[in-house]
Design a protein around this ligand. Structure first.
Ligand code: SPV
Ligand code: MG
Length: 535
């Protein structure tokens, strides 16, 4: 059912209905969730929430913008407090059109002069509109509406301005005849005397709306007995929030801690719920391309490094600095560029030397005795989901990580296909890859068959860089293999990473290869460290 129709039915129903004030998208939602069947778009509250006076200081289009958020965020009808209609008959026509476009169900206009002042501020000093002029405004609004069920509530300020019952009735009759769908009879005294007197004379000519802000002590049954149609709780959400905001700010200023506060507040996830994040998540799933979840990285950085002399007296080689930045920081920066945020470092030698923020540390206490897999096991908790595993002393260019993140296989290793004679090092993880590399063809489906540092360089397909990536499935498989080996009593903690990879291959796991050429460094000695200057 349209919001206009629902509001019209509320006016017509023979039971007393209630609507509650809201002043923005959030409070409107809260009013709806509370169970109210309608919202009062209060001029006082909307202007106050903007930090301005209820004197038409906010332009009507600014009010319209707030209403749009309120309407978009709710399914119940909104009755806008349209002040005086923001001008003459012509402004009223345009207002009704714009309100209908935003699915606002109804507007209430009051018989004062633009720019108005709130009724509770020197109400008796405020001039009332000329009756005929105001009737013309009502007619113009009714003629402008396209939806037959859009309602115009005419509000008389006769009591507020001190004119009394006779004037109120005269005006209400004229407005009713001009086509108003309901009369709002406003009063500022603490007893319901004005509305009681009005209702006695008015009878059931058309629905009557009241705002009992000032005669708040009146039992609601009095209004039922009077056959009032609709009660507006006009400013109570705003006033409550003013109280809450004052309390929290005073407390925080004084306490200088959140400790006593957190448990008293709606949790942050309540904000997300009210913002409709659940609905967002549903559509994100439907429309956003599945991004390879960035996942995490585990960097094995337990070893001291044997070729750096006294440079590694107080820190491991991964923390040796080049131009003020540790070796491992360079890798972390590039991992982050590749979308990896959850970075895990396994320490061993001199763990206290690591001072890199926003990473998680794991410690391999047995780093001297066991092997690289021992370090991996120390970070076992992180071995889930998509994981890049590397060493703390391997530095590679950003594209290497960016490509690796996108790998589709469950296990992927990065192999440098440079000719094996390029550099002679003490221990090289030669990789045997199938099929044999075809020059210039990089897109082949290469698989690792073995890593073997005893392989004759000329028999190798390239050198394993020490970098690998496991998919969610891959890390699950690796964790299972490790657990199975441990269960069999295999001292798997003493294994090297190549041993683990060879074991996986033997166990039938396909290990995909991403080839690169150069663009990485294994920082093993001072020479490598100086290469990092230009890297
Ligand atoms: C409002 O809520 O802005 C109203 C009601 O117009 S009152 O403040 O009582 O005038
Ligand atoms: Mg108002």
């Amino acid at each position: 059912m349209r919001k206009t129709t629902r509001f019209k039915q509320m006016l017509a129903s023979n039971q007393l209905e209630f609507i509650c004030e809201a002043h923005n998208g959030l409070s409107a939602k809260i009013v709806e969730e509370a169970g109210f069947n309608g919202i009062w778009g209060s001029g006082l509250s909307i202007s106050a929430a903007m930090g301005v006076r209820d004197n038409n200081e906010a332009s009507w289009t600014q009010v319209l913008e707030v209403l749009e958020f309120m309407s978009d965020n709710t399914s119940i009808p909104i009755l806008l407090d349209g002040d005086t209609g923001y001008g003459n008959f012509n402004n009223m026509r345009r207002l009704v059109t714009k309100l209908e476009q935003r699915e606002i169900a109804a507007v209430c206009i009051e018989d004062k002069i633009f720019p108005k002042t709130n009724s509770f501020i020197k109400g008796e000093n405020q001039p009332l509109a000329d009756i005929d002029e105001f009737c013309g405004k009502i007619k113009a609004g009714k003629d402008a509406q396209r939806d037959d069920d859009f309602s115009i509530v005419a509000r008389t300020e006769a009591f507020i301005a001190g004119w009394g019952l006779e004037e109120a009735l005269k005006r209400a009759s004229a407005y009713h005849e001009a086509g108003a769908d309901a009369i709002l009879c406003h009063s500022k005294i603490s007893e319901p005397t004005d509305v009681v007197a009005f209702m006695k004379e008015w009878g059931d000519r058309c629905p009557v709306v009241i705002v009992p802000t000032m005669y708040y002590n009146t039992p609601t049954q009095v209004f039922r007995d009077l056959d009032i149609s609709l009660i507006i709780w006009a400013n109570h959400v705003l006033r409550t929030s003013i109280g809450a905001m004052k309390d929290i700010t005073a407390h925080l200023l004084k306490a200088e801690t959140l400790r006593d506060v957190e448990a008293t507040l709606p949790p942050v996830k309540e904000i997300f719920r009210l913002q409709g994040m659940a609905e967002y998540a549903k559509w994100e799933k439907a429309y956003l391309p599945k991004r390879a979840a960035g996942g995490r990285a585990i960097l094995l950085a337990a070893s001291k490094g044997t070729n750096f002399g006294n440079l590694t007296d107080d820190k491991p080689k991964a923390m040796l600095e080049v131009e003020g930045s540790p070796v491992i920081a360079s890798t972390i920066r590039r991992l982050r560029d590749g979308g990896i945020r959850d970075i895990n470092i396994v320490t061993g030698y001199k763990p206290e030397a690591f001072n890199i923020g926003t990473v998680k540390y794991h410690h391999n206490a047995d780093w001297e005795a066991n092997g690289e897999v021992g370090s991996l096991l120390a970070a076992r908790d992180a071995l889930t989901g998509n994981v890049i595993i590397g060493y703390g002393d391997i530095v590679a260019r950003g594209f290497v990580f960016r490509n690796l993140v996108k790998a589709e296989a469950d296990v992927t290793v990065v192999v440098d296909y440079k000719e094996p004679t390029a550099k002679t090092r003490s221990s090289v993880d030669w990789a045997k890859v199938t099929p044999e590399r075809v020059e210039g063809v990089m897109k082949l489906d290469y698989k690792l068959t073995k890593i073997d540092d005893a392989l004759a360089p000329t028999d190798a397909s390239g050198e394993w860089t020490g970098l690998m990536r496991l998919s969610e499935e891959g890390s699950k498989r690796v964790a299972e293999e490790l657990a199975a080996l441990e269960a069999k009593g295999v001292a798997v903690a003493n294994w090297s990473m190549p041993q683990l990879l060879n074991h996986l291959i033997e166990a039938g796991v396909e290990v995909a290869v991403q080839y690169i050429h150069d663009n990485w460094l294994d920082v093993d000695d001072i020479g490598d460290l100086s290469d990092l200057y230009n890297f």
